[in-house]
Write a protein that binds this ligand. Sequence first.
Ligand code: NAD
Length: 282
Amino acid sequence: MEFRTVGVLGCGLMGAGIAQVCAQSGYRTIVREVDDALVSAGLGRIEKFLAVGVKRGKLTAEDKAHALANLSGSIRFEDLAGCDIIIEAIVENVEAKRQAFTTLEPIIGRDTIFASNTSSLCITELASTTKRVDRFVGLHFFSPVPLMKLVEVIRGLTTSVETYNDVFEFAKSLGKEPVTAPDRPGFIANRLLIPYLLDAVRAHESGLGTIEDIDKTMTLGCGHPMGPFTLLDFVGLDTTYYIANIMYAEFRDPVYAPPPLLKRMVLAGRYGRKSGRGFYTY
Ligand code: NAD
């Protein structure tokens, strides 16, 4: 299948990045948000990211202009009608995702593929909320999407071989390095990363060290590009909390249980960079 037009649901941290790389890769890209302010904010972030790229010599002013010409934002589901593939990147909640797919299904073409950027939800379950269980796949990007090369491509129990192969090739066409990951909570990356991040919060809660010292230990002592608390603020404490709950519900293993401090920070609205305060203040 040849992809020409890509729809992206959500223009938050991940949706904006996904829309940007699709537009930069030459696809006509339409990103849908819930209101005009969020559309403008998301498109504004993309423009800023591209402008910084031009300033640093990573891309030319023409590359930026081409990418922006390929990109549009909307609050109307109807504007995604002509898309060959729709990548969903909205809140990590089955019901919210189901509602979005159900609204889109009568509008879009029979062959349109749904891809979900979910971090932890079951791809087979998300597919089952649609009438295109064979044309549903997991496509898990990493943040910041324009910079991170990896994409996990996840085959649900009902995903057809053709859909899987087409989406795997599509990921390559975005300049990404796809890997095959299983339809298990957290796939490969979060299966390993989430217990580490939660353990860092638990360690801090139990007095192992300050946030700064734990981050410093992992960067300067272990060579990580950033410490766990800096990373948590990037990922979003709310998103991490949803992921941990989903993984804990499935595996029933305490390593995935969200620590009390994480829950309280989310309840206090300290989501990390996106809300101006998480473990650090921005
Ligand atoms: P976010 O909170 O930054 O953005 C989500 C956006 O979706 C919000 O702007 C919201 O207004 C919008 N939205 C909600 N319902 C919508 C709808 N029906 N139609 C269109 N837009 C809608 O969240 P995020 O970090 O971008 O995460 C989005 C998805 O990507 C989640 O499933 C998450 O698990 C996954 N993910 C996140 C990361 C990460 O590092 N944060 C990495 C990989 C995958």
